[in-house]
Design a protein around this ligand. Structure first.
Ligand code: FES
Length: 135
């Protein structure tokens, strides 16, 4: 068996760095609900629900009259958080009962991505950070 060694000449690093500066994170807003009442209607039976947004599934959490949005994927074993409960300011994963903070998404040395929510003219938008070039 032949082993190959890959050598990266150090002289190339400034070249790579120049392009990395053109890459930045931007917050993109996606329309999730046409009206705020559509959003609240989802919480009739539970404090959490899953919504299919244009960029993927979102776990919506109701806590003290406020709605928060998280990526619908538990960081422990990448399972869906559908059926998660809210308990003492924490989201509880239905599979192994790991607790994640509603404020930050952190817990057990892991974290769930949290998305910002904005309501403009009664329309509900969810923000998602994306890597982008040249903006
Ligand atoms: S999959 Fe969520 S705690 Fe294990």
């Amino acid at each position: 068996m032949r082993h190959w060694k890959v050598a990266i000449p150090l002289g190339n690093w400034p070249f790579i760095g120049r392009y990395m500066k053109l890459l930045s994170k931007k917050l993109r807003w996606h329309l999730a609900f046409e009206s705020e009442s559509d959003l609240w209607a989802l919480f009739e039976r539970s404090d959490t629900c899953v919504h299919k947004a244009i960029f993927g599934e979102v776990l919506l959490v109701r806590k003290d009259g406020e709605i928060m949005a998280f990526k619908n994927q538990c960081p422990h074993q990448k399972k869906s958080l559908e059926g998660a409960m809210v308990k003492d300011d924490h989201i509880v994963c239905p599979f192994h009962q790991f607790h994640f903070s509603c404020k930050t998404g952190r817990g057990h040395g892991l974290y769930i991505d949290k998305y910002p929510i904005d309501i403009v003219n009664d329309q509900v938008f969810i923000g998602k950070e994306v890597w982008t070039w040249f903006e």
